[in-house]
Design a binder for this molecule. Sequence first.
Ligand SMILES: NC(=O)c1ccc[n+]([C@@H]2O[C@H](COP(=O)([O-])OP(=O)(O)OC[C@H]3O[C@@H](n4cnc5c(N)ncnc54)[C@H](O)[C@@H]3O)[C@@H](O)[C@H]2O)c1
Length: 384
Amino acid sequence: MKVGVLGAGTMGAGIAQVAAQAGHQVVLVDLNQNVIDKAKADLEKVLNRLIEKGKLTSEASQDIQNRFTYSTATADFADCGIIIEAIVEKLTVKHAVFQELESIVSEDCILASNTSSLPIASIGSVLKNPSRIIGIHFFNPAPLMPLVEIIPAVQTTTEVVDKAKNLIDSWKKITVLCKDTPGFIVNRVARPFYGEALRIYEEGIADFATIDWAMTELAGFRMGPYTLMDYIGNDINYTVTESVFTAFYFDPRYKPSFTQKRHFEAGYLGRKSGRGYYNYTEDAVMPEPVKDLVVGQQIVDRILVMLMNEAIDALFLNVASKTDIDLAMVNGVNYPKGLLAWAEEKSLTWVLEKLQTLFEEYGEDRYRPSPLLKRLVQQGKSTF
Ligand SMILES: NC(=O)c1ccc[n+]([C@@H]2O[C@H](COP(=O)([O-])OP(=O)(O)OC[C@H]3O[C@@H](n4cnc5c(N)ncnc54)[C@H](O)[C@@H]3O)[C@@H](O)[C@H]2O)c1
């Protein structure tokens, strides 16, 4: 099957590389010739690095590059079996593009979007045949991150879902199926990792470095929340939070934080701007955490139960299966364990008691335990 990728930016270029490495002919299209030239040059660099490391032969590298057709014209998608769109995150632009794509491709060509935040049902609504729309959400960098969320819209046929899932599985990715709901799995379930860490700082319980120390050293996360937000960029992370909050009709559980907004407004975007929660300029000294084990454990427990509650609520609302929710967090954001398995390990009673204590102390809806958690504990169950 010939694979079309629209948009040769960060995500599109990576997705095209994955498809070509899996043996497909790939048509990579972007409006901007400079972006295409960069994608082409970057691919050559990446493949050369793989050759140097002995992970690829120069023949294989040449084969991969020969499978590419680069173009600025969507007409070149005519004989593709699937198009994956990875252009700017604007619904009006995506609508125009998908209508154009439908007029070019064959009737059974799957039309997929890599959107992070737009409803798939809404993207597909402009198509004459919306049953072929699907979300195929890769993580950045696409060639390295194993997870791909597959998101059928209400209009999508099961045949399209199966075809898309089988295809991405054959690219050696870990696919998870999820409902067309805000943030899909990862960007929804991960919100408290940032939100609760920001809240803990705002209450003056600990500083950035201490919260990061607790989450890495005591909880085993690869990066602390503040290091990670600086890595992602406070502009991007804040925008995702705000869009999830809005999309959930202002559910207080997803409320954005003023601390992050002010950092974003000040241009403290993180690593890319030289300063975020930490200072990345050359002579800057990284702050030392206060390694108080009692405070550290309080921080870990509070963020962890909020994450677990989010995962449990996603299960409760059938956003995805238990297996897929855990696979998503381990393979999409490198969590040390799946949150549902972790909750079972800590015990569901422990999770519920911690949440109830927070809920009673603050009286905020943000801390309400998921009905599924309450139900299971009431029934004396220890697993989901
Ligand atoms: N960057 C991430 O971490 C990430 C992760 C997962 C999903 N996404 C999603 O992937 C999509 C692309 O994100 P990105 O970070 O790669 O963006 P990007 O800005 O790096 O690339 C977008 C590319 O699309 C091109 N483009 C814009 N309009 C076009 C059009 N009408 N026709 C052809 N090309 C067009 C631009 O020239 C640009 O090269 C977005 O929907 C985003 O939400 C991004």
